[in-house]
Design a protein around this ligand. Structure first.
Ligand SMILES: [Zn+2]
Length: 319
């Protein structure tokens, strides 16, 4: 299945490798040229890179579950030195296709998930969908590791080590900036733990299967999932099961995502719980899984700010 999908991506990208022309993507300056797959990785990398390396982000408003690379992405990778990805089958195929399409054989793709302790990874569903090739029932490792601040620290340190290896002259700078940023990530974790301290009800239904690592970091329980596959609304029977589960397990908090504007299924569950009871004071809470971003909104502080907003929203709704 993967091979078939890659074949399609590569065919679409092949023409780029044949062209010549000037590369205006990267500024004329020394230092490593770094591409990252999506927004959380951008924030970690740009904080470590500082003025010693240039970092460019690939995916913006289309997140890693739905992304198909284009010529623009291949062009971005063409002169790049490093390509940091999340891994765990989230963006590996995209990275392979982009590297191949770019014609840049020297591009080093770094799968950050390989730097995480394997015994702390959790099982999840592989639910990518590209050009209608859909395989929602393959089980694999849950890729949403970026929502754990603890893992963000480890992946930031891995980025630091790669940048030091690529640019040893500025090793001390990378060390200093990485230490500063890791301090911020640890503060973010401590702040979240403090915000949620004393909450007796720590259960929620997540919108898609994205919050397992986040929940483990902050001692929360994900009791169910609204969209078994990102972007696909549950059917009537699944909705009924979710309502039943909320009543049985006394789950009153339903997470919705800003990326899915409709969120009609979560609202339907809420309405049913409000109308026919069984759960006291049910509520929706907006949790951003940090998979998409507008280019204008993506700043070095974006990861911390969005994580903090999620924790604040949860602290307001949990009791
Ligand atoms: Zn996801």
């Amino acid at each position: 299945m993967n091979a078939v999908r890659c074949g399609i991506l590569l065919a679409a990208l092949l023409p780029i490798g044949c062209g010549g022309g000037v590369d205006s993507v990267w500024p004329e300056r020394p230092g490593p040229k770094v591409v990252v797959s999506f927004a959380p990785v951008y924030c970690w990398a740009v904080n470590v890179a500082g003025e010693d390396a240039v970092v460019k982000n690939m995916m913006s408003t289309t997140g890693p579950h739905d992304f198909n690379p284009t010529d623009t992405d291949a062009r971005l990778a063409r002169k790049a030195d490093l390509f940091f990805i999340n891994g765990l089958n989230l963006d590996n195929d995209v990275a392979s296709a982009v590297k191949k399409g770019s014609g840049n054989a020297k591009l080093k793709v770094i799968d950050l998930s390989t730097k995480l302790p394997i015994d702390q990874l959790m099982e999840g569903q592989c639910h990518h969908q590209h050009h209608g090739h859909d395989h929602p029932h393959e089980h694999g490792t849950d890729p949403h590791v970026w929502l754990s601040p603890d893992f963000a620290v480890l992946m930031t340190e891995a980025i630091r080590d790669e940048l030091k290896a690529a640019d040893p002259e500025h090793a001390a700078n990378y060390d200093r900036r990485a230490a500063e940023y890791v301090g911020k990530l640890r503060a973010l974790k401590a702040e979240g733990v403090a915000k949620l301290a004393g909450k007796k009800d720590r259960k929620l239904v997540s919108f898609h299967e994205s919050l397992s690592y986040f929940a483990r970091s902050f001692d929360l329980t994900v009791s169910g999932v609204v969209q078994k596959k990102p972007g696909q609304e549950p059917n009537t029977e699944e909705l009924r099961d979710l309502v039943k589960m909320c009543r049985e397990k006394q789950v009153r908090v339903l997470a919705v995502e800003p990326q899915y504007t409709a969120n009609t299924s979560a609202k339907a569950i809420l309405d049913e719980l409000k109308r026919n009871g069984g759960v006291a004071d049910p509520a929706l809470v907006e949790i951003d899984p940090l998979e998409t971003v507008t280019p204008q909104a993506l700043t070095p502080a974006w990861y911390e700010e969005r994580m903090r907003a999620n924790l604040t929203a949860l602290a307001e709704v949990l009791k």
